[in-house]
Ligand binder design. Structure first.
Ligand SMILES: Nc1ncnc2c1ncn2[C@@H]1O[C@H](COP(=O)(O)OP(=O)(O)O)[C@@H](O)[C@H]1O
Ligand SMILES: Cc1cn([C@H]2C[C@H](O)[C@@H](COP(=O)(O)OP(=O)(O)O)O2)c(=O)[nH]c1=O
Length: 213
């Protein structure tokens, strides 16, 4: 049976994830793979309710981190693990690296405690710590992201944070990559849409089934 594949997409708000994720889905579908396109926080009815709360209500940093992990637990159990067990490709717009980057880097919440929550929430019934096989990190200067977002949409609780918050989030992603370099692919998201799309296609190509296989 085909092995499931788990790819996450990360970066500060406005870095370009949403612009490229559909194209990655199309590449896998064209190669004959079933794709589950999902997001965090969210991806199940309960997790989407938690998303509404966490993106719009002011709250304490620990409360925020716990709600992110609560939404993630539900998403893993209800959607991600069953999809991987079926052999599907799961494309997830953000996963745990976002919690380390935003709640850890951005809010300054304790990195070790996040690691403990990660271990508790992401250990599967088989005793394996679930992590993405590949994480595509759209790395962008917060100033450029802010300029792109200014003309794009009404900001939510995180998007309305100042530039130094996003500099700290970006540093959080860099720290996470340094801790787990094997699964991270850093994309220079300051390039044109076409060049970024090309870079993303290059990093996912090794994961596509070879024609004829
Ligand atoms: N390479 C790029 N150059 C210029 N603008 C871009 C580029 N990629 C995306 N955008 C625009 O920037 C905004 C934010 O992109 P989006 O994909 O929504 O980011 P994210 O999902 O990471 O928050 C959108 O208006 C999008 O059209
Ligand atoms: C998954 C996750 C997201 N977030 C934040 C990052 C984003 O600002 C926000 C929602 O992410 P996102 O889905 O990228 O927002 P949008 O639909 O506007 O592109 O939640 C955290 O702070 N911690 C987390 O663990």
């Amino acid at each position: 049976m085909t092995r499931g594949l788990f790819i996450s997409f990360e970066g500060i708000d406005g870095a370009g994830k949403s612009t490229h994720i559909e194209r990655v889905a199309a590449l896998f579908r064209q190669a004959g793979r079933a794709v589950v396109l999902t997001r965090e926080p969210g991806g199940t009815p309960l997790s989407e309710k938690l998303r509404e709360l966490v993106l719009h209500e002011p709250m304490d940093a620990l409360t925020e981190a716990l709600l992110m992990f609560a939404a993630r637990r539900e998403h893993l159990v209800q959607v991600i693990e069953p999809a991987l067990a079926r052999g599907d490709v799961v494309l997830c717009d953000r996963f745990t690296d976002a919690t380390f980057a935003y709640q850890g880097g951005g809010r300054g919440f304790d990195w070790q405690v996040l690691g403990q929550l990660e271990a508790m929430v992401q250990t599967t019934a088989q005793g394996v710590l679930r992590q993405p096989d590949l994480t595509v990190w759209f790395d962008l200067d917060p100033q450029i992201a802010a300029e792109r977002l200014a003309s794009a949409r009404v900001p939510d609780k995180f998007e309305s944070q100042p530039a130094d918050f996003f500099a700290a989030v970006r540093a959080g992603y860099a720290k996470r990559q340094a801790e787990m370099p094997g699964r991270f692919a850093r994309i220079d998201a300051s390039q044109t849409r076409e060049a970024v799309g090309e870079a993303v296609a290059q990093v996912v190509t090794p994961w596509l089934p070879r024609s004829g296989s």
